[in-house]
Ligand binder design. Sequence first.
Ligand SMILES: Cc1cc2nc3c(=O)[nH]c(=O)nc-3n(C[C@H](O)[C@H](O)[C@H](O)COP(=O)(O)OP(=O)(O)OC[C@H]3O[C@@H](n4cnc5c(N)ncnc54)[C@H](O)[C@@H]3O)c2cc1C
Length: 468
Amino acid sequence: MSEFEFDLIVIGSGPGGYVCAIRGAQLGLKVACVEYEETLGGTCLNVGCIPSKALLQSSEYYAHTLHDLAKHGVKVSNPTLDLPTMLKRKDDVVKGLTQGIQGLFKKNKVTWLKGRGSFVTANKIKVTGADGQAKEVTTKNVVIATGSKPIEIPPAKFDRKLIVSSTGALKFESVPNHLIVIGGGVIGLELGSVWMRLGAKVTVIEAMPQILTGMDSDLAKGLMKILEKEGMTFHLGTKLTETKTSKNQVTAICQKPDGSVVEITGDKMLVSVGRKANTEGLGLEQIGLTLEAQGKVPVDHHYRTPVSSVYAIGDVIKGPMLAHKAEDEGVAVAEIIVGQAGHVNYEAIPGVVYTWPEVASVGITEDKAKEQGLNVKIGKFPFLANGRAKALGNTDGFVKIIADQKTDRILGAHILGPNASELIAELAVAVEFSASAEDIARSTHAHPTLAEAIKEAALGVDKRSIHI
Ligand SMILES: Cc1cc2nc3c(=O)[nH]c(=O)nc-3n(C[C@H](O)[C@H](O)[C@H](O)COP(=O)(O)OP(=O)(O)OC[C@H]3O[C@@H](n4cnc5c(N)ncnc54)[C@H](O)[C@@H]3O)c2cc1C
């Protein structure tokens, strides 16, 4: 019998942790997952990807009913918002999925150790329950998958009433009159979109010169134009310096790029300026593990920390803070622990913004290609010239493919448009398989589909798009 109670203890049950636990169990390891929240699934299932997408869907239906259905000849008289039902539906979606993880743990014989995990030694974890009772468990390997939490900034401390993080903005009890969003990144734009569609005035304050920093600037500019048309207001290059609150109002005092000061008053403020690695209370000092800059857990290419039996994955390590990145690392690390060749290709991780229209990207951006001095050719095709987009009545946006000038290999692809979140999968596979633009251009795409815009953009790389 092993000297250890478990082969693998995973701390944290987000998409990184629960997937790692299940994959470890599939590979024959005796696995436990430590989680202190009442439900499994981490940020993603409980207060992240899933509830935000549930609200985005519901608010999209509401906005389409109000503004678009009549154009299709569908007359709906007096549509009204039932926010409590919308919020309850979101909670039900979350509940179903988090319970699903519990079912998967049972099926795969993963033990859920309920409580907060902390290191006693590299091979001994203390699990402290909500009642303060603690027990110690021994393990051959540990994977830290404790995720991230919202960054709080000094000028706008969360009061959970007027000034909230994304978690608060998923459960406003009524539609704000004016929501001030600090940070024009993915989360700010998604949750800003939800409340704008439901009737709020939304003002976004972004310190950088463009929204969606790091994404292809064509996409960012294109999306901003569309959101502005829908009524969202943007202050770019603008820094929040101070916040004042009264009983029901919050005022953002900001510095514009020219040094002038602007004051914006609303009834709610969402601070979405990023997330930071969550390592609090893990007892890393017990095993002599020092954090990297920005508080991330240091790992090598095999997710191994400087302590050889301790690994880390997901938001708590470097790389994009995305659920699917965490999941893939979860699979890879479990395979590495049993001696297999787990691997994640960081060049082929798609990123999506679920606004309307959606934004989706994979691989290198045009700006990055220029910065790196790469010789590239670019194909671009607008949805305006796509039959399915016309039929849907959603013609905003385009597909852009960046290929190597000499080899024609697809280095990056960027979509602004309807269903971009689903369309990007084809291009993520293309990047993963090192496909050329010609490969996509010669593949038959069903007609009429939005995906034909991808084929046309691929043809456009060689200046031979047909429909434009
Ligand atoms: C509003 C919002 C929307 C998002 N939308 C998307 C999206 O559409 N697509 C996408 O890819 N990503 C999205 N994300 C990001 C995504 O949620 C994260 O990248 C993902 O959850 C990271 O997974 P993880 O497993 O690393 O950590 P997490 O999901 O953060 O899970 C960590 C878990 O560890 C637990 N934990 C922490 N410390 C301990 C401890 N000491 N003991 C026991 N348990 C502990 C926590 O309770 C938590 O359950 C969104 C995030 C937010 C906030």
